[in-house]
Design a protein around this ligand. Sequence first.
Ligand code: SF4
Length: 315
Amino acid sequence: METSTGGAAPPDSSVVTAEGVAGDAVVVTGATAVPPASLSPSRAGDFMQCPLLYRFRVIDRLPEKPSEAATRGTLVHAVLERLFDAPAAERTAPRAKALIPGQWDRLRESRPEVGELFADDPEGERLARWLAQAESLVERWFTLEDPSRLEPAERELFVEAELDSGLRLRGIIDRVDVAPTGEVRIVDYKTGKAPRPEYAEGALFQMKFYALVVWRLKGVVPRRLQLVYLGSGDVLTYDPVLADLERVERKLLALWEAIRLATETGDWRPRPTKLCGWCDHQAHCPEFGGTPPPYPLPVRAPESGGVQQGRMGPD
Ligand code: SF4
């Protein structure tokens, strides 16, 4: 594995996407709580980070406020994607930066709530700083990749594949490059910093997840997985082999079983870590003195094996 690393990264690059939201919903059939039929890397990551966080997001669907970091990530992704509409020779840093105002307008139109981020900024100073940070991230990309020499096969590609177990995997891949030889490279942009080497495996999980989906869909193991960290100016790459993807599939099936069990029993344990600092749900989390909302699904009583309507209290 080739890695180049910088400082500690926040959890993910904080990009707001709709990935996995609709398909991740839990449904109730009769007296049985049925776990969501699909998994995205984000939601799988949530469960691995903290089962209670997964519950809050997927089952309770508690609202989360847009953050400046996440919204900036969404904006930068949109700019990098749109830049490829231009002819190769015109894919320059000035042109990319010039796309920012228009993409910001589009983002506010499609998601009016992000406009509230700067509602208390009548002079527009914070907004100007925020836009300048987005410009810096876009500019840094040109030190890492040369878009005039790239012709992506796909951008913002929604992918979905069903495993033999019935579990559907889904997600959105930022960019897919296909070489004339047919070799596939999967690329993901991160607006945060690259993780330290000891955390690189976690960062690659999402990419291996996508590689597994591509393999399942096309029967081709991607030649390279590439994470482009705009926050620190690093590129992390990994060349997977089939055994990697089989390992990820086994891991996802185990995760799926754990989610199924938690859905059935209502036992969603909080798992506090320093990532709690980024969690929007401390007010509902027992680790921070909060109480989760009543569990909205039937739960199986441990002693009887039956199903009863229940409320999940703090552990
Ligand atoms: S605050 Fe921490 S422990 Fe509580 S739900 Fe959020 S991530 Fe989990």
